[in-house]
Design a protein around this ligand. Structure first.
Ligand SMILES: NC(=O)c1ccc[n+]([C@@H]2O[C@H](COP(=O)([O-])OP(=O)(O)OC[C@H]3O[C@@H](n4cnc5c(N)ncnc54)[C@H](O)[C@@H]3O)[C@@H](O)[C@H]2O)c1
Ligand SMILES: O=C(O)C(=O)C[C@]1(C(=O)O)C=C[C@@H](O)C=C1
Length: 366
């Protein structure tokens, strides 16, 4: 009989994990969420086989539990789990963006039936909720696991076998290493993105055309400021010491930059920008990591009605599969460029050849 996976918290992340496990077809999936309309949606759309409003009952049915609520709520769910009467081993994991509070809560788990392995899939979106869940969300992403001391290798391997359905790449990290690195590469950039938006908003009071001038650059660097405030305040709260430390670094870096600007030192400024470019270019999507491993091709489709359909048809007729399509606007409401993401370099290059052969202006993302 198939083992049962309980996903508790069926939003963007829990929903995406449930969808990928369901697609792999090896487990029975049940769901628990504090919001009954989310459970209804999941049942209606076949994301879970059963939705339960009683967490204890759901936990008793499960062989695996994935906790996918906001960080504070996940800590609370872990405390609840510890009081439940369980009668068989259950492997429990979470998806929280901060690991220290989770692993501290894990140390207080006294139930002999629970094996806890912290988890964090390093992919997501600025969207929230079950409607935003996607089966391929974690494909090629890093999935961090932090096993508790009482987890033997076979328990970790068993969880990995389940999460293999997400097609992500596992990395074992301790919670301290995890939090230090995600602070730099995920949490702090979010804080800065929000602060840039506030700066623009303040300037708008005296410069009313600011929003009209907000072009690609501002939109790219502030996309994540459109994320779920509830989730992010929780992350910042649980990682407030890390954030404060990074803010100190940042303020000192900004002071040096200010000096550089005031001194009009063009050569040093050039080096500063060049070094940043080199490092950023080295994070190219094809290198697996925080940025998903896709091979992108940009196709100019301005003034070409029906171009999306034509492009897809051309590639489909050559049996090329596309991982993702995004229509990038050159200006608000004006379609400019298609970003096509492919699973491998060959598909990217073949598509480039086919489309440029048909007169499309294409650019490969290096
Ligand atoms: N959004 C991202 O990009 C991202 C990426 C990786 C990890 N995470 C982590 O994933 C977790 C969930 O984030 P999300 O983006 O899926 O949020 P979300 O808002 O899309 O979904 C959260 C879900 O949890 C449910 N929920 C809230 N409290 C609950 C409780 N006490 N019991 C059961 N269900 C409860 C909500 O009803 C909702 O359906 C967070 O811990 C976050 O740190 C988020
Ligand atoms: O792509 C986004 O919008 C995200 O913010 C995803 C992102 C990140 O890369 O920082 C956000 C939080 C997570 O815990 C993991 C991934």
């Amino acid at each position: 009989m198939n083992k049962t996976v309980l996903v508790a918290g069926l939003g963007l992340i829990g929903g995406s994990i449930a969808l990928s496990i369901k697609q792999a077809g090896k487990h029975r999936i049940i769901g628990y969420d504090i919001d009954s309309s989310v459970l209804e949606y999941c049942i209606l759309n076949g994301i879970v086989e059963e939705g339960l409003e009683d967490f204890e009952k759901a936990a008793q049915m499960a062989d695996y539990i994935i906790l996918a609520a906001p960080v504070s709520k996940t800590v609370h769910l872990m405390q609840q789990l510890n009081t439940f009467s369980l009668d068989k081993q259950v492997i429990v994991s979470d998806v929280s963006s901060v690991k220290r509070p989770i692993m501290e809560a894990a140390q207080s788990l006294t139930s002999p039936f629970i094996r806890f392995i912290g988890g964090h899939p390093m992919a997501g979106s600025h969207k929230k909720g079950i409607e935003a869940a996607r089966v391929h969300l974690f494909e090629n992403a890093i999935y961090v696991l932090s096993p508790m001391y009482n987890c033997t290798d076979d328990v970790v391997e068993e969880l990995q076998a389940l999460l293999q359905a997400t097609k992500s790449n596992f990395m074992i990290l301790n919670p301290v290493e995890h939090d230090e690195m995600t602070s730099v590469i995920s949490h702090f950039p979010h804080l800065i993105a929000s602060s840039l938006v506030h700066q623009a908003k303040n300037w708008q009071e005296t410069h009313p055309y600011i929003p009209k001038l907000a072009a690609g650059g501002f939109r790219d660097i502030t996309r994540i400021a459109s994320s779920n405030p509830e989730m992010w305040q929780d992350i910042f709260f649980h990682n407030r010491q890390g954030m404060a430390g990074l803010l100190e670094d940042w303020i000192s870096e900004m002071s040096s930059l200010k000096e550089l600007l005031e001194n009009g030192d063009r050569e040093t400024m050039y080096d500063y920008l060049e070094q940043a470019k080199e490092y950023r270019d080295g994070l190219a999507p094809k290198k697996k990591g925080a940025i998903p491993a896709f091979y992108d091709l940009y196709v100019d489709i301005r003034d070409q009605p029906g171009a999306l359909l034509k492009v897809v048809e051309l590639l489909a007729s050559s049996q090329i599969s596309i991982n993702n399509i995004e229509i990038l606007e050159i200006r608000e409401g004006i379609t400019g460029v298609l970003r096509l993401s492919f699973p491998d370099k060959k598909s990217q290059q073949d598509s480039d050849r086919i489309l440029s052969g048909k007169g499309y202006e294409t650019t490969i993302q290096e």
